[in-house]
Design a protein around this ligand. Sequence first.
Ligand code: OGA
Ligand code: MN
Length: 284
Amino acid sequence: MSNIEIQKSSGGLGADVHGVDLSKPLEAHLLSAIKAAWAEHLVLRLPGTRLSDDQLMAFSQNLGPLDMRPVGKAEQKSVPGNHYVTIISNVLENGRPIGGLGNLDAQWHTDMSYKPSPAVASILHAWELPDQGGDTYFCNMYAALEGLPSALRARIEGLQLKHDAGHNSVGGLRRGFEEAVNAKAAQGAIHPLIRTHPVTHRQCLYLGRRQDAYIVGLELGESEALLDEIWAAATYPDYCWQQTWRPHDTVMWDNRCTMHRRDGFPNDQQRIMRRTQIGGDKVN
Ligand code: OGA
Ligand code: MN
């Protein structure tokens, strides 16, 4: 039996997993160890060799059903002919981007929170990396909730947040959307601001992203002020972990209880990542 080793990161979440060959079907004991470590550490980093799209899909499927990306419509470009693997990249081919997000800073967010059933997890696999920049940061949203001042926590208990669907994490307008007049008018799914994780049964903050977010039922100004207050308390460095990518790292994160952001990088360098996503789950 192969041995797995889990090494907690020095940050507020995250762990390295050693002893797993992602290019092969996982033995049952390894899969249960990975799932347990994932529930405990929220983000896992697994080193390895470059995975084919089929290998990345096969590994990802262990965590749940893959989200299908409609080819040609998705914000993040699909691998040609593959409905499940998308590309995150700044590379242009014939003047057109091969992937999503370009080279800019991506703001704190959690994936697909603007949908009624947001993606449970995302899995990102590094093919090619820039010499500098392009690090990804993760934030522990259990810790963010637990760290809120008690008066603030009491104020947000039971509140619902509308998550803007109009913009992506680099602030660009998604296809088919126009700039909303204000956050109150923006379109997107509504979820509880404090959610309960269906696996760990622990409560965490669920913020999605800051841009055009709106707390249902409040005056716009009140909502903006309260959101600013929550956000200021939510992403303390102590809750976070910085992932500096190494070639062929695979990082899997739980969108239900983490946020992530990415540093920009020079656009004369190439960053090419392959990505899968585990299908949606209602937010409770
Ligand atoms: C994503 C994402 C960040 C990165 O794939 O959802 O936000 O580091 N990626 O590319
Ligand atoms: Mn993302």
